[in-house]
Ligand binder design. Structure first.
Ligand SMILES: NC(=O)c1ccc[n+]([C@@H]2O[C@H](COP(=O)([O-])OP(=O)(O)OC[C@H]3O[C@@H](n4cnc5c(N)ncnc54)[C@H](O)[C@@H]3O)[C@@H](O)[C@H]2O)c1
Length: 252
């Protein structure tokens, strides 16, 4: 029996990177996982991989920046499973690099639509289901960029600061309902998102070793471990917390 035997778990943006690592870990710990993404092919491939391991995971196409799609996602979870125990709101984008003068309105709106409004829609519909069922657990994927500023990513940093605030606000509103709401704040993690930076930046590994006190990039599984801990009863007295999984960046 795993820690999440028969728990119904939703992971948004679950086809790659940190989301994918969390989908696999929850499924291997006995959960019935529903995961989302915008592209069919990688989603169906991961669902097939898990089913080959006799694990339960269902892929549903859903764009977090579309409230109607998020609403119908939670409706289909309610119809099939009647409840939702755990949600990992992970979907996010980093957008185009550049300072405020180079940041197009299109980039600004897209990043805020996905990372902040998308998180709001996700929690709104997840909480509707969890409050009906009198309990649950939500973990949001924030970032060290939700805690500090640096040049070149104003939309991402603003969206993640918003996501950090929204996480704490939601935790205060639903603590009485038995719903714990926390965040993880990853540092630099090896995923398709940072693979792009590796291609763009010369001496990427040197740069990482200077930025990261632990001297190396983190792995998606190291973040997923923290997500599963925050979703488990081992963290039963923790809510409204943003747990850094950042190799020490925020301690600098
Ligand atoms: N990789 C890092 O260093 C790092 C650091 C801090 C925070 N994060 C956060 O981790 C989360 C996951 O990122 P990752 O690094 O695994 O990169 P990733 O690009 O592999 O994962 C992002 C996932 O979100 C999905 N997604 C994007 N827009 C979506 C939308 N509108 N609707 C539904 N799904 C959507 C993508 O398809 C993808 O599966 C993001 O929120 C990101 O901001 C990553």
């Amino acid at each position: 029996m795993g820690r999440f035997q028969d728990k119904i778990v939703l992971v948004t943006g679950g086809t790659t990177g940190i989301g994918r690592a969390a989908v696999m870990m929850f499924a291997r710990e006995g959960a019935r996982v529903v995961f989302t993404g915008r592209r069919r092919e990688p989603g169906e491939k991961l669902a097939e991989e898990l089913s080959n391991e006799n694990l339960e995971a269902e892929f549903i196409i859903s764009d977090v920046s579309c409230p109607d799609e998020v609403s119908s996602l939670t409706k289909s979870i309610e119809k099939k499973y009647r409840t939702l125990h755990i949600a990992f709101n992970n979907a996010g984008i980093d957008g185009e690099p550049g300072r405020i003068l180079e940041c197009s309105l299109e980039n600004w709106n897209r990043v805020l639509d996905i990372n902040l409004s998308g998180l709001f829609y996700s929690m709104k519909y997840e909480l509707a289901l969890m409050t009906k069922n009198k309990g649950g657990c939500i973990i949001n994927n924030i970032s060290v960029s939700g805690h500090r500023g640096y040049p070149g990513a104003p939309a991402y940093i603003a969206s993640k600061h918003g996501a950090a605030g929204l996480t704490k606000a939601a935790a205060m509103e639903y603590a009485h309902a038995g719903i714990r709401i926390n965040g993880v704040s990853p540092g630099l993690i090896r995923t398709p998102m940072t693979d792009k930076d590796r291609e763009r930046k010369e001496d990427y590994d040197d740069w990482v070793s200077k930025v990261e006190p632990l001297g190396r990039i983190g792995e998606a599984e190291e973040v997923a471990e923290a997500v599963l801990w925050l979703a488990s009863d081992a963290s039963s007295y923790i809510t409204g917390h943003l747990l850094a999984v950042d190799g020490g960046i925020l301690a600098k």
